[in-house]
Design a protein around this ligand. Structure first.
Ligand code: PHE
Length: 339
């Protein structure tokens, strides 16, 4: 027994490692419940009592020595986590990187806000649409070439299901479900099978508006669009309407906003005319009202629709629509200061 005690003492005395892991191993070897010293105490219990007194003392000394030695080792060689650099609590905190809104959303939210002020609500609908809501109810007769105006992505070769080509489909759903007066705008993603270039993309966003009530006239349409243009483009903004064609409106028009023609950028933006084309519009065709269960003898309405990317490109002078879909941080970070 004494031999073992002395041997252990020697081992403890000569231990000189500063590695925290090694120190912990030493503690387990000697001081844990199944360690060497605990085993000696077990042996001690079985010893004849006359030997116990002397051995007992050395055994206790050994235990005390081991504990103090290991405590000392631990306090002079702290575990690595604590050994790291000192924390400077006066240092300014790291800046959080705040995300920014996407320019398409900035423009979309602003347009929604402008129409909400005059009583329009927001309606949404599915991106995968059936033929009825995207075409037939909107007065696109079957096999009519007007369907080719909007190159369609069909779902799994099923001619009855497609990705919506415009959010006019949402307006059909609103008219089917609600009774006039209806004042709603429908923002959302739309899809057209077009080649991707700097000016056009196969996915983009639209905001379409619809107003159906008794005695809604073309004058109401024109005044609403003028209000919008002056809120969005500036108080002095002028608009003009050019005759156009859409299957679901009659008469139909294209809306231009006067942009100016003072410098080279104006020239480029307006193709030398000074006017920017911003949306299509018209009086809802009576057939469309009828298809949606609204009596065209009692009610009339107007509708309009604009492409959000096109307007965002004008507002922020973005020359390539693809930038709006690539999520390049260098591009998106530029919109951090916007709300
Ligand atoms: N739905 C048309 C389009 O996608 C836009 C439009 C909406 C035109 C409402 C007139 C009236 O091109």
């Amino acid at each position: 027994m004494n031999l073992k005690i002395n041997a252990y003492l020697e081992e403890l005395k000569s231990f000189n490692d500063s590695n925290a892991q090694k120190i912990e191993e030493l503690r387990i070897k000697f001081l844990s419940k199944k360690g060497l010293i605990a085993a000696l105490f077990e042996e001690f219990k079985a010893m004849p009592s006359q030997e116990k007194r002397e051995v007992g003392r050395s055994l206790n000394d050994l235990k005390k020595f081991a504990s103090t030695k290991i405590e000392e080792l631990k306090s002079t060689n702290p575990v690595e986590e604590d050994a790291g650099e000192k924390i400077d609590s006066t240092r300014p905190a790291n800046n959080y990187f705040l995300g920014s809104r996407h320019p398409v959303n900035l423009v979309k939210n602003e347009i929604i806000g402008i129409f909400e002020k005059i009583g329009f609500n927001v309606s949404e609908g599915p991106e995968v649409e059936d033929d009825w809501h995207n075409f037939t109810a909107l007065n696109f007769p079957e096999e009519h070439p007007a369907r080719d105006m909007q190159d369609t992505f069909f779902v799994a070769k099923d001619p009855d299901w497609a990705l919506r080509t415009h959010t006019s489909s949402v307006q059909v759903r609103v008219m089917e479900n609600d009774k006039p007066p209806i004042r709603t705008i429908s923002p959302g993603r739309v899809f057209r099978n077009e080649a991707i270039s700097a000016r056009s993309h196969c996915i983009f966003h639209q905001i379409e508006g619809l107003y159906v009530d008794k005695n809604v006239s073309f004058a109401d349409l024109k005044q609403t669009l003028l209000y919008f243009a002056q809120e969005f483009f500036g108080k002095e903004t002028k608009i003009r309407l050019r005759p156009s064609y859409f299957p679901f409106t009659e008469p139909s028009a294209e809306v231009d906003v006067y942009w100016g023609l003072e410098n080279e950028v104006d020239y480029k933006m307006t193709k030398g005319t000074g006017w920017l084309e911003v949306m299509g519009c018209g009086m809802v065709d009576p057939n469309v009202l009828k298809n949606c269960g609204i009596d065209p003898e009692v009610y009339s309405g107007f509708a309009f629709g604009m492409g959000v990317e096109r307007i965002a490109m004008q507002r922020y002078q973005i020359s390539d629509i693809r930038l709006l879909f690539e999520n390049d941080m260098r591009f998106l970070e530029q919109f951090q200061s916007e709300l």
